[in-house]
Structures are given as structure tokens and as C-alpha cells.
Ligand binder design. Sequence first.
Ligand code: SF4
Length: 358
Amino acid sequence: MPSDALATAERALLVERRPLTRAEAVAVAQEPLDLLPDLVALAHRVRLEYCGDSVELESLINAKSGACPEDCAFCSQSVKFDTGVDVYAFLDLEEVLAAAHATRAAGATQFCIVVAVRGPSERLLDKVIEAVDAVHEQTGLEVACSLGLLTPAQAQRLADAGVRRYNHNLEAPRARFPELCTTHTYDDRVETARLAIDAGMELCCGGILGMGETLEQRIDFAFELAELGPCEVPINLLDPRPGTPLADHETMSAREALQAIALFRLILPSAWLRLAGGRERVLGELQGMGLLAGANALIVGNYLTTTGRSPEADHALLEALGMPVAEGPGEGRFVVDATGSHALPAKPARTTIPVTTT
Ligand code: SF4
């Protein structure tokens, strides 16, 4: 028998087709972890109902590494911390293209160009757009970018260049952010996320779990993200980086991480929930459970500053789970509209999941 809280969540999402309220999500989160299999089963059903069974694969390229002037406490690319991370300027076009071809060979359909900066200079943006054009022309991959804080004109240039998705994470719950970063604000991040959508790009916006937030703050974080209407939500699980202020932070347990992934699925029923950095370290042998707990997208290959496992291992996992790889542009993109029903939009998702807090 599911608990009352789970039964309420199931009715809301699968029968009434409305988003959960915060109170309903908190009630689910307060269930003991012994009930985790029930929560995972519900999250999986919600994922199948709203998103289908496919899994989207994406590779990243850290196209400009280290020496970022910002002071995000979790990040080994900040110039403020002595982390020993590689420092290099924007890669040559050939190197970006080689990574894009490798992405295609790994069976991914998304290629994300990431640079470690507060925001791009015009010169850097020119180079990124040159790379975007070349990747489109030579590989047919969908290109996403993660270039930090944008101006409206920069967001429009990226959208006009055909950048499908812009990644800009909120990183942490609003209540925790000032303790983790002092060089820019949460609202700076929210503003860029909104600019990306306004320019016509899909929004990829998530963060890192396990940085000391409470369970309720974790739920608040999922609602803060839902308010922005992201198409994709990357879930990183803190893998503490040597030299950063969080270097000695304890990692989440695998069960706690699975609970968080499932809660994010219930609160963001239609998003691509992408398991990203830290999944190997935190979930260990339970990575497949992450995909049964509501996640439906993976970063394959390496992360920005840490090494992932082989794409072959992820393909074998998907085959074992009977989950097909999302084939290409547009597949499986559902949004929840104002009435809570879902639809497959032809254009980037603009609809925000209505959020209630009572
Ligand atoms: S802005 Fe990005 S690259 Fe720079 S320190 Fe923060 S997380 Fe790292």
C-alpha cells in the first residue's frame, strides 16, 4: 500500500494531471527512506507518462578551462582556489570539431560547448559562434552552450546562430546561494536563464545537490527551477573537488540521491532530467536506479573537470534497462501547460509549469 503522501502525489500527477504543491512534495519527502522503492516506482511512472521511455545523451566540451574570476565554492575552475585544474584559453576550432565528431560517434545527439567565465567577451562569443556553425555543418548535432552570464544582445546572437539550448544553472537553492558564491547573485543567474528563453532558446537549468542544503531547501530548489520552465534540468551530485572550500564536504548517500532525483521528477514532470557530474561517485552501482527514479538523460564521457565512465558502459546500461536512446532533434520534448496536461511542442518550450506553494 502506498503511503497517503505518495497516493496524493500519484493522483495529482497521473489522474488530475496537475503539478504538485510544495506541501504535497514536502509530505512525500518526509516519508522514511525505507519507502524509497515506492517513490522510485512512482517517479518512473511519471517519467514514462510525461516523457516516454527514451534517454537523451549529451557530451560536453570544456572549451576554455580554469581562471574564472568568480568564487563559486564548489568549482575547481575558480581562480580564487588552488585546485591544480588545467588552465587554457578557448580551444582551436579543430579541437572543438574533433570533440563534436567523438560525440557523434558516442551516440549522443547533443553537444554542449562550455567555457569557464563570468560571461563571454565579444571576442569569445565570436569564436563560440564560429564553432557552433562548424559543428552544425559538419556533424548535424544539436548544439548547446554554457557561457555564463549573458546580455540580451548576446543571448539573441546565440539564438540567431541556431544554439538550441542554453545552459545556465542556478546551482543551489536560493537560501544557500550567498554562502556558496559572493561574486554574483542568484538573481543574476535567474536573469540570464530568463534571457535565454526570451531569445528563443530552450533553457537547461539545474544545479548541484548535496552541498549542505536541507531536504526542504532541496524541494524549494526544484520549485525555483520549475518556475523558470526549463526544458532540461542537469542534476549534479557533489563530488568534492580538492582545493575548493567544499573539498572536505561529505558526499550524499546513494539512497538520498535517488530520493532527490525522484522528487525532482515529481516536481518537474516533463523536463529532461540529466544525471551529470558525481553520478559515478555517489550512485556507484546504483546508476541504473537513477534512470528508474525519474532521470531520462545522461552526460556521456567526461565531465568538465572530472572523468566519467565509458560511453559503452552507459549504452550497455540503457540496453539492459530497455530504454532507447533519444534519436534526435525534437524527440520527446513535452511541456506541461497551464492546465497540467502535456504536449509535444514544435518550438522550444516556453511554457512555465505553474507553481503553487500551499
Ligand atoms: S562562474 Fe562557473 S566556471 Fe566560474 S567559478 Fe562559478 S561555476 Fe566555476
